[in-house]
Write a protein that binds this ligand. Structure first.
Ligand code: AMP
Length: 423
């Protein structure tokens, strides 16, 4: 039997790869404009990091991790999300002593053992950011301002930013107790998962997908009912800054996130184009995580989004560039000039322009056929006569105009043409 890619993993080709490169470029440029620095951390970490960081009661840790024993008998896990690894690096490298705030962004592949469907994979790419040391509304506003600006640069305006506050370490315990008392009344009707969440982490019941649990949760008390004065003030301040930044939002009091480290403000960007997988970006504050992993109390906020979901969203709205690059020049050669064509192409390619030449010994007719498929801007025939004369006739494909150019002037000519096109 032939070997196939693992279920939920995929091979990606052009033009999609070009579209991803485009998203990566805009993401990087916008992140740098906001003063964020790229970080790259290992693809796998000690399993304990995710158990402690993401939380033992989350679906990610309970059901979705790719965990294995290495040959030294240590339990390792392919990262199922980006934040825990960045926080581990923050602590390991003493970033608390760096000038504050510490602003990091990443572009990672992450791995989750989920049921694959459209926009949901077992290996997928996330862009994310983590901002350490900026407390309260200002830090969160910086992150949401970044996302707003990034989506604007992509031409994406048609989405909803949903916001909620799930309380801090002072008011969350009050909420947990209120919710526990309510859920205890419905214990028998809850799914087995929620029955165990009820004891360990009742907040998780809010995002249970079971229809019966959802019915019960529709009537449940919400985190916003129990916010302390400081959380309520922080939320009011954030909403005011967002309004002044021109960032629209909706308060979604049911919103909780699937990871345990969040505190205070959480958010999701939601689209109506993506069906069941409607959230394409999620994040929030996690002011306790650094301390939980052994550091000092450190305010922090971050987000991650699925690159594929963003790509699908942009594609549905016709907002992606075509993703194809045509060659600038195709050299047509013959049996006795093919070597020279290859050498000339190598020289011309040092300009960075895409140049095509035949390396298969194809006939003139076959090379012209290839040209009609690749659609180069120019074609040049390089025969013995042209080589002897030290010049070629360039044919501009758009209008059939021809021009004789000396071989040594060719690179300059093509570069200038390219600059004219860009201006
Ligand atoms: P999360 O880390 O679960 O908050 O997810 C952050 C973002 O990653 C989501 O909003 C999605 O865009 C994306 N995402 C999560 N799970 C998957 C998956 N299995 N396949 C593709 N994208 C995903």
């Amino acid at each position: 039997m032939s070997i196939k890619a693992p279920k939920g993993c995929r091979d990606i080709f052009e033009p999609e790869v070009k579209q991803i490169q485009y998203l990566e470029r805009v993401y990087r440029e916008t992140a740098e404009a906001y003063g964020f620095m790229e970080i790259r951390v290992p693809t796998f970490e000690q399993t304990e990091l995710f158990q402690r960081g993401v939380g033992e009661t989350t679906d990610i840790v309970n059901k979705e991790m790719y965990t294995f024993m290495d040959k030294g008998g240590r339990s390792m896990t392919l990262r199922p999300e980006g934040t825990a690894g960045v926080v581990r690096a923050y602590l390991e490298h003493g970033m608390a002593n760096w000038p504050s705030p510490v602003k990091l962004y990443y572009n990672y592949h992450v791995f989750r053992y989920e049921r694959p469907q459209k926009g949901r994979f077992r290996e997928f790419q996330q862009f994310g950011m983590e901002l350490f040391g900026a407390p309260g509304a200002m830090g969160t506003a910086e992150i949401l301002s970044f996302l707003h600006s990034f989506f604007q640069r992509l031409g994406l305006h048609d989405y909803s930013l949903q916001l909620n506050s799930i309380g801090c370490q002072d008011c969350r315990p009050v909420y947990n107790e209120t919710l526990r008392s309510y859920l205890a009344l419905h214990r028998e009707a809850l799914c087995p998962d929620c029955q165990s969440r009820l004891e360990r982490n009742p907040l998780r019941c809010l995002d249970c997908k079971n229809p019966k649990c959802q019915e019960i949760m529709a009537e449940a008390p919400l985190p916003s009912d129990c916010l302390c004065a400081s959380c309520a003030e922080e939320e009011a301040a954030l909403l005011e800054i967002l309004a002044r930044l021109g960032v629209s939002y909706e308060l979604n009091r049911q919103l909780v996130r699937g990871l345990d480290y969040y505190t205070g403000t959480v958010f999701e960007f939601v689209s109506d184009e993506l069906g069941a997988q409607s959230a394409f970006c999620g994040g929030g504050r996690y002011d306790n995580l650094v301390a939980e992993l052994g550091g000092a109390e450190t305010p922090a906020v971050g987000f991650a989004f699925g690159v594929e979901r963003l790509r699908l969203e942009l594609e549905a709205k016709g907002l992606l560039p075509e993703g194809e690059t045509r060659p600038v020049l195709q050299l047509i050669s013959f049996a006795d000039t093919a070597d020279e064509a290859l050498i000339l192409a190598a020289k011309l390619r040092q300009t960075g322009l895409r140049i095509e030449t035949d390396i298969l010994g194809r006939s003139f007719k076959a090379q012209m056929k290839q040209a009609s498929r690749l659609e180069p801007q120019y074609i040049a025939i390089l025969g013995v006569d042209e080589l002897a004369a030290g010049q070629v006739e360039l044919k501009r494909q758009a209008d059939g105009q021809t021009e004789k150019i000396a071989l040594e002037a060719l690179a300059q000519f093509l570069l200038e043409g390219e600059r004219r096109c860009q201006n």
